[in-house]
Design a protein around this ligand. Structure first.
Ligand SMILES: NC(=O)c1ccc[n+]([C@@H]2O[C@H](COP(=O)([O-])OP(=O)(O)OC[C@H]3O[C@@H](n4cnc5c(N)ncnc54)[C@H](O)[C@@H]3O)[C@@H](O)[C@H]2O)c1
Length: 327
């Protein structure tokens, strides 16, 4: 069996450790991309005659031109977040299966959402500034006790966030257009409409995909519906939030704080108010696995390959039907 490792050299170093490489090698001959390039021409050479391809950030789309080089290709293991940049109709037409690593990244997202929830509720960021300026107070501290957390989008990250929150004495409610109430209730979560979520939540955490329907779902109107002094957390995508409206809500004190791991554009413009507002907490799109955690992705792909080879169902396969609702 030939396994084409299409990801460039730099990405490979981030997502694969030596142990995982050895594990892949027990299943077949590995063909490597030894360059820092991701062009189709280069990929065509590496994928030639392969049965399995491993792709990642920057890998070229699986076009007919590329797939013609590997008529026996059966499986693409995408060692990155969304499969959308590489997936094509042509792949599905040929019956090639694709697996996503979004699940692995999303556990980092939900852990980040939890960290930001605790830090902003307990006012870490502002009290840190206060102490640096000579102060010492216990202003505006909220424990994760008796408050309501609203999760917008109950997919991989949103539902994992709910599992993490189950360890605290908080009420969790969620809005998701497609996830039925019983799936939420199984995790102790109440399904609500968007407006009700905004009205009831002390913390609103966004976990929906960036699609037309979610563009600026947080805007001047929906911000007005939020509780006074609520906290907004966005680890999903910047396009979900109308930033001008958010800046206004932060300046006016309508919101206590916003914690943004993602913005639109990214990074924020050098003169963006988001960079200077004291109640806006920014992190550089690090919520998914960003450091050592990235190597979990390589192992996850190898485990899916092993399930595939053993004739077991893939756990993280993405069908054509799933694409429209997915991040
Ligand atoms: N900050 C980071 O580093 C990072 C890393 C990975 C993922 N993300 C982002 O996190 C978000 C969640 O990722 P995921 O892997 O959990 O995605 P997912 O596809 O598993 O979940 C998205 C959920 O949103 C729901 N949804 C779709 N349209 C909706 C709508 N109009 N209104 C309400 N809900 C809707 C879907 O039903 C689904 O349950 C995405 O925006 C993704 O891009 C960010």
């Amino acid at each position: 069996m030939k396994i084409a490792m299409l990801m460039d050299k730099n990405t490979r170093a981030q997502v694969l450790d030596q142990e995982t490489i050895r594990r892949f090698a027990t299943h077949g001959e590995l063909a490597w991309n030894e360059t820092e390039q991701n062009e189709t021409e280069n990929a065509k050479r590496i994928i030639r005659g392969a049965d399995v391809a491993v792709t990642s950030w920057g890998s070229p789309p699986m076009t007919k031109e590329l797939l013609d080089e590997a008529p026996g290709l059966k499986l693409v293991l995408h060692a990155a977040g969304s499969v959308k940049p590489i997936v094509t109709e042509e792949m599905y037409r040929r019956g090639i299966r694709i697996i996503s690593s979004a699940y692995v990244l999303s556990s980092g997202v939900s852990e980040t959402a939890l960290g930001l929830t605790i830090a902003s509720c307990k006012n870490f960021f502002s009290l840190n500034q206060e102490i640096r300026q000579g102060g010492w107070s216990h202003t505006d501290i909220t424990d994760l006790y008796g408050i309501t957390v609203g999760i917008v989008g109950f997919g991989i990250a949103g539902s994992h966030f709910a599992e993490l929150l189950a360890n605290f004495s908080v009420k969790v409610i969620s809005y998701d257009l497609y996830v039925p109430a019983p799936r939420m209730e199984a995790l102790g979560v109440e399904k609500v409409e968007f407006e009700e979520l905004l009205r009831r939540s002390d913390v609103v955490s966004l976990h929906a995909p960036s699609i037309d329907e979610t563009y600026h779902m947080i805007n001047s109107k929906t911000l007005q519906k939020m509780k006074d002094g609520a906290i907004l957390i966005n680890t999903a995508r910047g396009s979900l939030v109308d930033q001008e409206a958010l800046i206004h809500a932060l300046e006016s004190g309508k919101l206590k704080a916003a914690c943004l791991d993602v913005t639109d554009p990214e990074p924020p413009a050098p003169d963006s108010r988001l960079r200077t507002l004291p109640n806006c907490i920014l992190t550089p799109h690090l919520a998914g696995q960003a450091g050592n955690g990235l190597r979990k992705i390589g192992l996850h792909c190898c485990l899916e390959l092993e399930r595939f080879l053993a004739g077991k169902p893939l756990l993280y396969g993405v069908t054509e039907e799933m694409l429209a609702r997915m991040a």
